[in-house]
Design a protein around this ligand. Structure first.
Ligand code: APR
Ligand code: PHB
Length: 394
């Protein structure tokens, strides 16, 4: 059965935050797009992911009309706490660099994007399969796929945006790319709990038993993480053991601070790896977000990097398909990769500083680095600059 052909200016593969935000930024520049997604809208919306937004991400979302609920329900944080045995230090980003971060779950960002795109009449196709990319070296590339009813479809466009995450087909459509990868010998055991956070801002803790993080989603929902062995079965830890280990690593009882346990509503184990693919474009195909790079969550960079990519890609594609001017599009990959490596380095640095790897020499180096970062203005400022976020173009 031959393909039914349709046409748009930009074919976007993937309806995660990168794909939907790109469609929104393109529409603001008068550029049409069709978003193709292999999962259902409900499935994509329900995925539990991270919850920290850089100042630059909040500024962009606000500028393009996606900041109302964020302003109402998001929580502005001045900084973070760094914890190690018998010591807890607050790094105040506002004092150090005049920038802050916001706690607002990726699920909420996704919800706002879907609502805004639906209201704008965005063309999107969910539950597709057999996605394949064609003619990337021409000015009329296309994507073929099978729709939810089993019909073969071809979407022709002036450009394709590969926003299909780390397991999508777009990256492998780039011939002869280079990849860099680092996997870490530990994972994160993440829980959601219906209990008020026991801290006003995030606590990142180094402990000989392993790393721990106290984050939150709202005044009544806490999000916490524990360093565990890769491949740990989430059901192999009892709730009591989880809370006991969190209390130990986060310093329960230190200076009167207490961790309040509560009902755990979700458990998951996340692998930890750093991954970068270059180039991030080939012909009329442009990668953004997890399709091109993965960072471990310790630096809270995953979502913010996806937002930074599309903040660069949208004007580049608008110039290319709207005016036939390829200068920004030709520079996109190199420009985006500079920021990708900055965030990859910072995420690796936070990860290797805060996770115990069993090596006693490394443990002393980690403690020394933590003491420096928490006592030296220069050290604290370096962390603050990276955590609160660099400008989109560096
Ligand atoms: N065809 C269509 N869609 C696909 C295909 C395919 N063959 N393969 C994957 N997809 C979809 C996935 O189902 C997913 O919804 O692409 C989307 C990619 O979305 P994300 O994985 O959320 O990636 P991205 O939009 O780049 O957002 C990055 O998500 O994983 C977090 O930490 C990460 O916060 C970061 C953010
Ligand atoms: C989260 O809230 O889920 C979160 C926050 C900070 C991180 C990672 C995850 O570094």
């Amino acid at each position: 059965m031959s393909h039914v052909t349709s046409r748009t200016q930009v074919a976007i593969i993937g309806a995660g935050p990168a794909g939907l935000l790109l469609s929104h930024l393109l529409a603001a520049r008068g550029i049409d797009s069709v978003v193709l997604e292999t999962r259902s809208q409900e499935y994509v919306g329900a995925r539990i992911r991270a919850g920290i937004l850089e100042q630059s991400s909040v500024d962009l979302l606000t500028d393009v009309g996606l900041g109302d609920r964020l302003a109402r329900e998001g929580d502005q944080h001045r900084g973070i706490y760094l914890q190690f045995p018998h010591e807890r230090h607050h790094l105040d980003f506002m004092d150090l660099i005049g920038r802050s971060v916001y706690v607002y779950g990726q699920t909420e960002v996704q919800k706002d994007l879907v609502e805004a795109r639906a209201a704008a009449g965005q063309q999107w196709v969910y539950e597709i399969s057999d996605t394949a990319l064609h003619d990337l070296d021409t000015d009329r590339p296309s994507v073929t796929y099978t729709d939810a009813d089993g019909n073969p479809q071809r979407l022709e466009a002036d450009a394709i945006a590969g926003c299909d995450g780390s397991f999508g087909p777009s990256r492998s459509a780039i011939p002869g790319g280079t990849t860099w990868e680092r996997t870490y010998p530990y994972s994160w055991f993440g829980i959601l709990a219906d209990v008020a956070p026991s801290t006003d801002e995030l606590i990142y803790a180094w402990h000989p038993n392993g790393f721990a993080l106290h984050s939150m989603r709202s005044e009544t929902v806490s999000r916490l993480y524990l360093q565990v062995e890769p491949g740990t079965d989430p059901d192999s830890w009892s709730d009591d053991r989880i809370w006991d280990e969190l209390a130990t690593r986060l310093g329960h009882g230190q200076d009167g601070w207490e961790l309040n346990p509560g009902p755990i509503t979700d458990k998951s184990v996340l692998p930890m790896r750093s991954y970068v693919h270059a180039p991030m474009s080939h012909g009329r195909l442009f990668l953004a977000g997890d399709a091109a790079h993965i960072v471990p969550p310790t630096g809270a960079k995953g979502l913010n990097l996806a937002i930074a990519d599309v903040a660069l890609l949208a004007p580049a594609l608008a110039e290319l398909v709207g005016k036939g001017d390829a200068r920004l599009a030709d520079a996109y990959s190199d420009t985006a990769l500079r920021r990708v490596w900055r965030c990859t380095h910072f995420s690796w640095w936070m990860t290797t500083m805060l996770h115990h790897n069993g090596d006693p020499f490394d443990a002393q180096l980690q403690l020394s680095q933590l003491r420096w970062v928490t006592s030296s203005k220069a050290g604290a400022t370096g962390l603050a600059e990276n955590y609160a976020g660099m400008p989109f173009e560096i």
